[in-house]
Design a protein around this ligand. Structure first.
Ligand code: COI
Length: 358
């Protein structure tokens, strides 16, 4: 069957038996249960072709597949929400599209046409619309990704690729305010590296230092610059912002920091509310001194999966500093609620960020 309402021809093979009845929407574990269908399209001979939606299932891979050995693999993270408790909307999907292609360029991978990205999202979410949770705080996480498929041993860009999307119903990534450790030994990214790309290898490289941090009781690390470990960069799965003396500060998205879409949304909202926001280098000493003096009012992470994640403890060089619980007067609280209301259609979308799918 060829899907209607889209301009990219997408072949659709429906699942014979939906797995939806197995989902307990009251107890969703992040990233464990996948919706019935997935999208894929292949790139060979310089062209994207054979767009299809098929039942979610393992895919056959060559042991020599390029992405497995040389790491040409990038991804995105997005969410679909119930709007006014009924219709389904995406949040700023074009930003994910642009970032995917920016990552692709850095990783020597082909550009994906916007039409394929948007049509695939529309059609996949329309088909699996019953998987979009209705409960407040839950949403459908969407994972678009691209990887190199050449069956070839040798270090050069692959000539063939696959782009895919699958989805899964989720709750918050963090279920409680987070404890973070400022990392002073390992690095996530260095100048001239691939830190600004959402490349799979960035996450793999972070696993070992993150595990060491977890063994000390932290949820996540706060990365610092690779050269001197003096400047804050981002946290494990999110960008980071501090409220110091009623000024919001966050590191600028240089080449080493992922340009987060939630980060950009938070900055835009804060400026719209007339708040003082600075995208500027944040010295670790500035954060620690503010913690000691009590002028660090709040610290929080910003990300698609993490949403707005309050930080309750910051560790630095064997010392632990606690932050007070944010009440409803705190910026992080207000912006978190506003973003949630905006995505769900409870407040006017004055920034034109929401995009209707169903
Ligand atoms: C996201 O925020 O969507 C991400 O990709 C982070 C991931 C580690 C869950």
């Amino acid at each position: 069957m060829i899907a209607e309402k889209v301009s990219t021809p997408i072949r659709v093979e429906l699942t014979k038996k939906s797995r939806l009845p197995q989902v307990d929407f009251d107890n969703i574990v992040f990233g464990r249960q996948f919706s019935d269908h997935m999208f894929m399209v292949d790139y060979t001979d310089g062209k994207w072709h054979d767009a299809r939606i098929v039942p979610y299932a393992p895919i056959p891979l060559s042991p020599a597949m390029h992405a497995l050995h040389y790491g040409q693999s990038i991804f995105e993270g997005m969410k679909a929400y119930r709007y006014n408790r009924e219709e389904i909307y995406l949040f700023r999907p074009e930003e994910n599209f642009k970032r995917l292609n920016n990552s692709a360029e850095r990783m020597c991978m082909p550009q994906l046409p916007k039409e394929i990205f948007m049509d695939a999202l529309n059609e996949l979410i329309r088909l699996d619309q019953d998987w979009v949770p209705r409960k407040e705080g839950s949403s459908l996480y969407i994972r678009p990704f691209m990887f190199a498929t050449d069956e070839f041993i040798g270090v050069k860009p692959s000539e063939t690729y696959r782009f895919m999307i699958f989805t899964c119903p989720v709750n918050s990534y963090y279920t409680e305010p987070v404890r973070v450790k400022i990392e002073t030994v390992y690095s996530r990214a260095c100048e001239g590296g691939v830190g600004r790309a959402k490349a799979a290898g960035n996450y793999a490289a972070a696993l070992y230092p993150a595990r060491l941090g977890q063994q000390e009781g932290y949820h996540q690390l706060v990365w610092t610059d690779a050269k001197e470990h003096k400047y804050i960069e981002e946290s494990g799965t999110m960008n980071i912002m501090f409220n110091i003396g009623d000024k919001l500060v966050t590191p600028p998205t240089s080449g080493t920091i992922l340009p987060g879409i939630t980060r950009n949304s938070v900055i835009t909202i804060a400026r719209d509310w007339g708040l003082n926001v600075e995208e500027t280098s944040v010295h670790v000493d500035e954060v620690i001194n503010a913690l000691k003096k009590g002028t660090l009012k709040e610290a929080f992470g910003m990300g698609t999966a993490a949403t707005i994640a309050h930080i309750k403890l910051i560790g630095y060089r064997n010392k632990k500093y606690e932050l007070s619980d944010p009440d409803s007067s705190y910026f992080s609280h207000k912006v978190s609620k506003y973003l949630e209301d905006l995505r769900r259609g409870y407040v006017e979308d004055k920034f034109n960020w929401t995009y209707q799918v169903v």
